[in-house]
Design a protein around this ligand. Structure first.
Ligand SMILES: NC(=O)c1ncn([C@@H]2O[C@H](COP(=O)(O)O)[C@@H](O)[C@H]2O)c1NC=O
Length: 509
């Protein structure tokens, strides 16, 4: 029979709040309640009549609560199939059936997040609760399971609307949720243990929050975002975020992390690559000079600032069509003004956060690596030419390097005065990237005299510095490490250019 009426319940919850309306319904339906110490007290404070689990098992809660529900008298009543053979055994051992199990587990993840005290963390590995959930979920044909507070609403509805009569699909849906809860919990425990020396090479991630996207990269591809965007952003307005928006936002945040402590900086990105970046005394100037680098590509772009967007800047930004605007804050009048364009997505970023590890799926598996969080400082630049860059050139070299690090390889960035003048990226040769950067800069009216050049990886030949020199570039930053570094250095020395090595490659595939 698929319909079952709840007549008995076992409730054992860590957080007691939220149970009130459920308890009211259980009282109304005359459901027999069994419960553990703290939960029992709470239920009784709500006026419920409760049978102590200790009375059922004839054992007190022992070992500081490590063992309280772990007993055949409890698990028998949950796991028994409602069929003759099992019923007889329940009778034989005087075990009551339990039709509903409500659990809220010890908060393991929160404890890990809040303390380094290993003993405290270990005590928050719930054993009895997780076993109750798994047992009840296994027996979903006969038992209703509520594995966390997130399902209280579902249960309340069942109790209210159907007077505690549940159907198989509802119970199975709750069982699915339960194994979701238990596997997530165990993944968190595994990942806590799987650190440092002796860690196993295992890729285990559990992200229970998901958001269906309108589509994936293209309309014929379905897409989903797994994660909690609200942890990173206040979504202040605009249409629903798309798959491509999220990919671009990720790239924009990565780039702006490099500038989070800089003077007002604005960046404009398209298809994950920046086409305009500038640092200026005011955000309005930063916006104007970022846009100047390529006001064509900026159309439909992803815009990001490292500081509060004021009204004057908002009014200028508003003159172009953009998809997303991200900033740490918006002046109230700027937000009000920008919100008039209903589809434009406004995000207030809470922190320029980056995971220490990053991964992506490919072939029949996943690749994982340390996130590229390295960025060189002016002091770390090693001059390899006779001429050293000036202090201003050094600042520009670092600026250009920050931009290059976040452009798709192969990439070249040309910059001057904390402004990106031209970039080439995603090219199959470094020379092509350079030519693209020079063409773009000139197309948008920049001469390159006194510009600096950053390369994400070493120059395999001297050809790049030759072309850059002819265009007017005076200083170059690159990792170094080519067997022909000497050729590039000699060319720079012969032509009055400076070159610095970083020793760090910044490929972005
Ligand atoms: N040890 C057990 O047998 C056991 N049975 C249930 N629990 C947990 O004890 C908590 C409730 O305890 P109390 O009702 O005493 O506040 C719940 O989070 C529940 O998941 C247990 N605790 C840990 O494993």
């Amino acid at each position: 029979m698929a319909s079952k009426k709840i007549q008995s319940a076992l409730i054992s919850v860590y957080h007691k709040d939220g149970l009130e309306p459920i308890v009211e319904e259980l009282k109304r339906l005359g459901v027999q309640i069994y419960s553990t110490g703290g939960t029992q007290q709470f239920l009784e404070s709500l006026g419920a009549t409760v049978n102590a689990v200790e009375d059922l098992t004839s054992y007190p809660s022992i070992l500081d609560g490590r063992v309280k529900t772990l007993h055949p008298k409890v698990f028998g009543g949950i796991l028994a199939r409602r069929e003759e053979n099992h019923q007889e055994q329940l009778k034989q051992y005087d075990i009551p059936e339990i039709d509903l199990v409500i659990v809220d587990l010890y908060p393991f993840e929160e404890t890990v997040a809040n303390t380094d005290d290993e003993a405290a963390i270990i005590e928050k590995i719930d054993i009895g609760g997780i076993s109750l959930i798994r047992a009840a979920a296994k027996n979903y044909k006969d038992v209703v399971v509520v594995p966390s507070k997130a399902e209280y609403g579902m249960l309340e509805k069942l109790l209210k609307e159907k007077d505690g009569v549940t159907e198989l699909p509802d119970r199975k849906a709750l069982a699915l949720r339960s194994f979701g809860v238990s596997s997530h919990y165990d993944t968190a425990i595994f990942n806590y243990f799987n650190q440092g020396e002796g860690a196993e090479a295992a890729f285990k991630q559990s992200i229970p929050e998901a958001q269906a996207l309108r589509y994936g990269e293209n309309p014929h591809q379905a897409g989903t975002f797994y994660g909690k965007l609200e942890d990173m952003f206040d979504i202040l307005g605009g249409k629903a975020l798309s798959f491509n928006n999220l990919v671009d936002i990720d790239a924009a945040v990565g780039l702006m992390r490099e500038f989070q402590d800089a003077d007002p900086t604005f960046a404009i990105l398209k298809h994950t690559n920046s086409c305009g970046v500038a640092t200026r005394p005011t955000l309005l100037q930063a916006w104007t000079d970022a846009l100047a680098a390529d006001n064509v590509s900026a159309f439909g772009g992803i815009l990001i600032a490292n500081t509060t967007v004021d009204l004057a800047t908002a009014q200028e930004i508003d003159k172009i069509f953009y998809e997303v605007l991200i900033a740490p804050d918006f002046a109230p009048e700027a937000q009000e003004f920008l919100s008039k364009k209903k589809k434009r997505i406004l995000l207030r970023i809470k922190a320029f956060y980056a995971h220490e590890r990053s991964f992506k799926s490919l072939l029949n598996g996943v690749i994982e690596q340390d996130t590229n969080l390295k960025m060189e400082t002016a002091e770390e630049l090693e001059t390899v030419t006779q001429k050293a860059p000036t202090a201003a050139e050094k600042e520009d070299l670092i600026f250009a390097l920050k931009c290059a690090k976040h452009l798709k390889s192969n990439t070249i960035v040309l910059a001057r005065g904390q402004q990106l003048l031209g970039m080439g990226c995603g090219q199959t040769s470094r020379v092509d990237a350079l030519k693209q950067a020079i063409d773009k800069a000139r197309h948008f009216g920049f001469e390159l005299d006194g510009a600096v050049m950053a390369s994400d990886a070493f120059f395999p030949f001297a050809d790049s510095v030759e072309i850059a020199c002819e265009a007017g570039v005076t200083a170059v930053v690159q990792p170094g490490g080519s067997i022909r570094d000497k050729d590039s250095i000699e060319y720079c020395d012969a032509n009055g250019m400076s070159m610095v090595f970083t020793g760090v490659r910044h490929f972005k595939h």
